[in-house]
Design a protein around this ligand. Sequence first.
Ligand code: ADP
Ligand code: MG
Length: 390
Amino acid sequence: MNKQTVKDVDVKGKKVLVRCDFNVPLKNGTIADDTRITAALPTIRYLRDHGAAVALCSHLGRPKGKPDPKYSLRPVADYLTKALDRNVGMLDDCVGDQVAAAVSNLKTGEVLLMENTRFHAGETTNDADFAAQLARGFDLFVNDAFGAAHRAHASTEGVAHHLPAVAGLLMAKELDALIRLKENPAEPVAAIFGGAKISDKIGVIEAMLGKTAVLLIGGGMANMFFKVQGLEIGDSFIEEKGLDTARQILGKAGSKLMLPTDVIVAREIRENAEHKTVSVDAVAPGWRIVDLGPASVDAFTQRLKEMKTVIWNGPLGVYETRPFDAATIAMARSLAELDAETYVGGGDSGAAVNQAGTAEKMTHVSTGGGAFLEFLEGKRLPGVAILKDK
Ligand code: ADP
Ligand code: MG
């Protein structure tokens, strides 16, 4: 990686603003998945142990540019207090006089968390004034929020115009892994795409087509392919604007493309709803496709055994609703058994490998969704581009 990291600069005695990706799923005010927080700990510990005074900031969810208690980062401060075994103070804002006073009083080895940056409209518009206020009182900016690096927001990009800016350890780890995947993967390479929206992923699918030997499509995404092939899909999820995309990929991919041959259909999406396995040409009206069938899972798994690199984005079924997580979990387990480098990206895909308990067995599980996809597509990530070169 050609960007400087926290290890390339002297952090001792410095006031350091760290942009983390604490955009975690919350359920009734508690953290439903802590992957992103755990991933941020190495940078926080490194800075703390090397004599820096540390203030953390992040966005959470999509508040509309003003404070909304539903999106408060307070649960994250509580989590960090336990994880770091010392009090992590929580500020009510990320800019303003009270914040400036707290930053000014912040001592070496202390860590505090500022409130959601998206409580200000200037965050997403990358307002120059707001970015300058964020930078107030700090000596160094560390971007560790790989998951937000595809956005040119005030806390990911704007603030770096006011402070020397380097990558955090998570950011560096993500970039090192994904640069290898993009530029020098062990061949042959297979890509598996699932999930719901094809229109978000067209760019990366097209970019990957040139580099992959096999393209496996599952999840809701496969429905668009079935539909353009003239198959009945009943009440299955469909993204109208994705149909053209599916048509294009069908035209370009040729024999690389592998689609499911059987699917699980259900009357409704509900735990243990009535369901059955059918061939893809036997989906009846009134039913919806919710998962891949066992023959498709087997065929996909067999094909992957010949691969040296596998990249996976998007669950193969409605994995949040049991038992329609079966194909996704099976895939997470077969990837763990492969003699290949395995890269998993996407919020739901990451959650799925956690659910399957195989995250540790993957070469890399990215904390990024959009950033992961845009990076592989070859787009410039503004939150990375702005960091100091080595
Ligand atoms: P990621 O976050 O990994 O990029 P996506 O957000 O694109 O993945 O897709 C995840 C969503 O896709 C999940 O909510 C899952 O329920 C949904 N999904 C997967 N298969 C289907 C399907 N057959 N019908 C409807 N939704 C599906
Ligand atoms: Mg998602």
